[in-house]
Design a protein around this ligand. Structure first.
Ligand SMILES: [Zn+2]
Length: 392
């Protein structure tokens, strides 16, 4: 983030300089044009084939000199601007690390015969999940990929989200209405109805919007009182000839802003409801990787001793990295909280019915006959109900 701020500062400087030069050049050009036109007008008053008076000749020479001087100044300014722009490029090189090869020395394993098809499937799956069917189809055909599910639930949700972002709430609304009982604690239904009411106000007039609001809003009045009031007030600025709306209503009257907000909420709520990961495996891996790389790069630079370097294994990170709230839960290793041992193929992590995870050895030790009491929450369950967890 510091790197982005650093580059942004240099970029701001370049933009400021560009705008200043632009303003100055435009003013100078306008000035010259009006001077040339004035002089032309004055000279045209004179009968043709009459020699210029000495004052007129002086005026022409002065103006030509002034034009030349301005052109020289403009080209100097332009050269200086070029230097400022190239400083932004240098700033990017200085603030960001271009070569991560030392952090991932085995990166080429992505391209071996075993992993390459997996990578290609992940890319195709990502494209389909994003609703980019045309791109996905071309990719699958050209790379000859097999076994990729073309239509998945997420792709459908993504299509609804794209429609929302374009200002069309109908498909998402239809989806949410069919799941109304599961969404009764979610802000999604109200957000979609509000969007539909404001769309009606824009397209069919305020009366249609009020009629819709009368039908749909009362069910949401208790939970969304303030937003509901704001939405109804915003209708006042949907009439023809209404002046500009006050700032607090502007985002409600901007279909793009409202659509983007609804699309984000829709994906979050729908994925939560259907227990889908909001990111495709590829997008999740890229997001986690982007967060982990700078830390890995720093530690790699410090770990130069051969014994320390040996701790750098191929398939696990040498430390725990916090991926933030939206980073999801990614683990490359699992250490049993009961036996304090790292899990292995012989002693894999097991997810208990309550959701807590312990190693299989711990599970076997804790199980008394056919019963097991979770060491974290005292839920009683059968050891047979535990499921093995795979990290891949
Ligand atoms: Zn538990």
């Amino acid at each position: 983030m510091d790197s982005c701020v650093g580059v942004e500062q240099d970029l701001d400087k370049a933009i400021l300089k560009f705008n200043n030069i632009n303003d100055h050049t435009n003013r100078a050009l306008e000035d010259i044009i009006s001077q040339v036109e004035d002089l032309r007008k004055e000279l045209s008053k004179q009968p043709s084939n009459t020699p210029l008076t000495s004052t007129q000749a002086m005026a022409v020479t002065d103006l030509a000199g002034s034009v030349k001087q301005n052109v020289v100044q403009m080209s100097t300014d332009h050269r200086e601007l070029h230097a400022t722009v190239s400083r932004v490029g240098k700033s990017i090189d200085r603030h960001f690390i271009a070569d991560y090869a030392s952090v991932a020395p085995k990166a080429e394993t992505f391209c071996n015969d075993t992993n390459r098809p997996i990578m290609e499937q992940a890319i195709a799956q990502h494209l389909y999940r994003q609703g980019l069917e045309d791109v996905g189809d071309t990719f699958v055909a050209e790379a000859k990929i097999t076994g990729v599910e073309r239509t998945c639930t997420f792709a459908l949700l993504q299509r609804f989200a794209v429609a929302l972002a374009e200002g069309e709430p109908a498909p998402a609304l239809h989806w949410a209405e069919r799941r109304a009982h599961e969404l009764h604690n979610s802000p999604l239904p109200f957000t979609l109805h509000r969007m539909q009411a404001l769309k009606l106000a824009r397209e069919q007039g305020v009366c249609a919007a009020i009629e819709y609001a009368r039908r749909q809003f009362p069910a949401h009045a208790a939970r969304h009182e303030r937003q509901l009031q704001a939405a109804v007030c915003a209708l006042a600025w949907c009439t023809p000839g209404a002046g500009p709306a006050p700032a607090i209503y502007q985002h409600l009257l901007d279909p793009k802003a409202l659509g983007a907000e609804a699309a984000e909420l829709f994906i979050k709520e729908a994925c939560g409801l259907l227990r889908l990961a909001p990111l495709s495996p590829l997008a999740g891996a890229v997001l986690a990787g982007a967060r982990v790389l700078p830390a890995l790069h720093d530690i790699r630079a410090k770990m130069s001793h051969p014994h320390v370097i040996a701790a750098w294994s191929d398939d696990e990170l040498p430390f725990e990295v916090d991926l933030g709230e939206d980073g999801g839960g990614y683990h490359s290793v699992f250490a049993c909280p009961i036996l304090r041992q790292q899990a292995s193929e012989q002693n894999p992590p097991m997810r208990l019915l309550c959701g807590h995870v312990i190693s299989r050895d711990a599970l076997n030790k804790l199980a008394i006959s056919a019963k097991l009491k979770c060491p974290y929450c005292p839920m009683e369950q059968s050891p047979a109900e535990a499921r093995q967890i795979y990290f891949s």
